[in-house]
Ligand binder design. Structure first.
Ligand SMILES: C[S@@+](CC[C@H](N)C(=O)[O-])C[C@H]1O[C@@H](n2cnc3c(N)ncnc32)[C@H](O)[C@@H]1O
Length: 351
């Protein structure tokens, strides 16, 4: 699983239990990110539709949500992974841009990324398992990157993990059917068929995922874009079309109200943060459009960058570390009986 801001690593068990208690057979994860939550629901036998605007999320969802482990040719997949792993490195766009101009990966690993990604783009025999092989490459690159988990900057000194060689591993596929989409949540929500449970985990501040994970966007798009700045961000990071309404203080509340009204689901489960722009009272008010609302609250540690603080290019600390802890809210909304059935006694105690 890639390192990802806002990833619900600590909440997956709670969300899986909620889903199971609700008796849901179908679910929608509208902001799926790493697909961690979608995977958990699929693991529990639910048919999941996983959506996100990010290209890398779509690839992860095609691999973990859409692909059926029982239908995948395992020996062939392993042979292809071994072939790709054995390719000699190639000095291409990825190495030059992200390993020399910027320093996200060691050049030796970057050259292997170039070679493997070129082979995936050029050889039709890789197409059948394309999303699975590309997921293996994304995860391999993530394991040897030199960041604090976002790609607006890289570490001044190489992270120890960056010195290890890139290693392709077979993704742990899940059995069963599912669906991957890449669409804007607000545009797609009214068009989708009704599901038993919709999980909403939108961005909650001004930081754009498109910019924070621009290296993975480029690795998937493989379009060698022009770039700018020390982090070599894609030029289209500046394009207003790549901005999300969820990253605007003024646009986010209206977007959430619209989504809560439009999403077609018996139960809606909304993740939010005590660091977001809306207070808990405002969230409750918005969520009440779905009927009864129960709020669960979970204290959690903030991502490592917040703990380290802000540094200038010479490595001097120029800002103070932010808060070290925050609270993650989970709002469960729907008919009162459905909500009560879904929320377990342990979660009520935690709230
Ligand atoms: C908080 S993260 C979700 C994390 C995810 N639940 C996980 O555990 O990995 C928010 C996600 O919303 C996506 N996103 C941003 N704007 C979007 C939009 N308009 N429609 C759909 N997804 C969007 C981002 O790419 C990001 O992956």
């Amino acid at each position: 699983m890639i390192k990802y801001l806002g990833s619900k690593r600590r909440l997956v068990g709670v969300l899986g239990d909620l889903c199971e208690r609700s008796g849901a057979r179908t679910a929608l994860d509208l902001f799926t990110g790493t697909t961690r939550v979608a995977q958990e629901l699929k693991r529990r036998g639910v048919h999941v539709t996983a959506n996100d605007t990010a290209r890398y999320s779509e690839v992860l969802a095609r691999c973990y949500v859409e692909a059926d482990a029982a239908a995948v040719d395992g020996p062939r997949l392993d042979a292809q992974l071994a072939e790709l792993a054995a390719l000699p490195g190639r000095d291409g766009y990825f190495t030059e841009t992200f390993c020399r101009r910027a320093r996200f990966l060691q050049p030796a690993n970057g050259m292997r990324v170039d070679a493997i990604r070129d082979a995936l783009a050029e050889r039709p025999d890789y197409a059948k398992h394309g999303a699975i092989l590309l997921t293996a490459l994304l995860e391999a690159a993530d394991r040897v990157d030199s960041t604090t988990g976002v790609q607006m900057a890289y570490l001044k000194q190489w992270a120890p993990r960056a010195l290890r060689p890139l290693e392709l591993r077979r993704p742990a596929l899940l059995p069963g059917a599912g669906r991957a989409l890449r669409a804007d949540a607000l545009a797609v929500a009214p068009q989708l068929g009704e599901v038993d449970l919709a999980y909403l985990d939108p961005p909650y501040n001004q930081h754009s995922y498109f910019r924070n994970y621009h290296v993975w966007e480029t690795l998937v798009a493989w379009d060698a874009p022009e770039h700018y700045g020390v982090a070599c961000k894609r030029l289209d990071c500046r394009d207003p079309a790549t901005r999300s309404v969820w990253n605007g203080r003024r646009t986010m509340p209206g977007a959430l109200a619209e989504l809560l009204a439009d999403v077609r689901a018996r139960l809606v489960v909304l993740s939010y943060h005590d660091e977001g722009w809306l207070t808990l009272a405002q969230l409750r008010e918005l969520a009440s459009v779905r009927g009864h609302v129960e709020v669960l609250a979970f204290p959690s540690r903030r991502y490592v960058g917040a703990q380290i603080g802000v540094h200038d290019p010479q490595g001097r600390r120029v800002g103070r570390p932010g808060r070290l802890r925050n609270v993650e809210y989970v709002l469960v909304c729907g008919e009162a009986a459905d909500v009560r059935a879904a929320v377990g006694p342990a979660e009520r105690l935690a709230a």
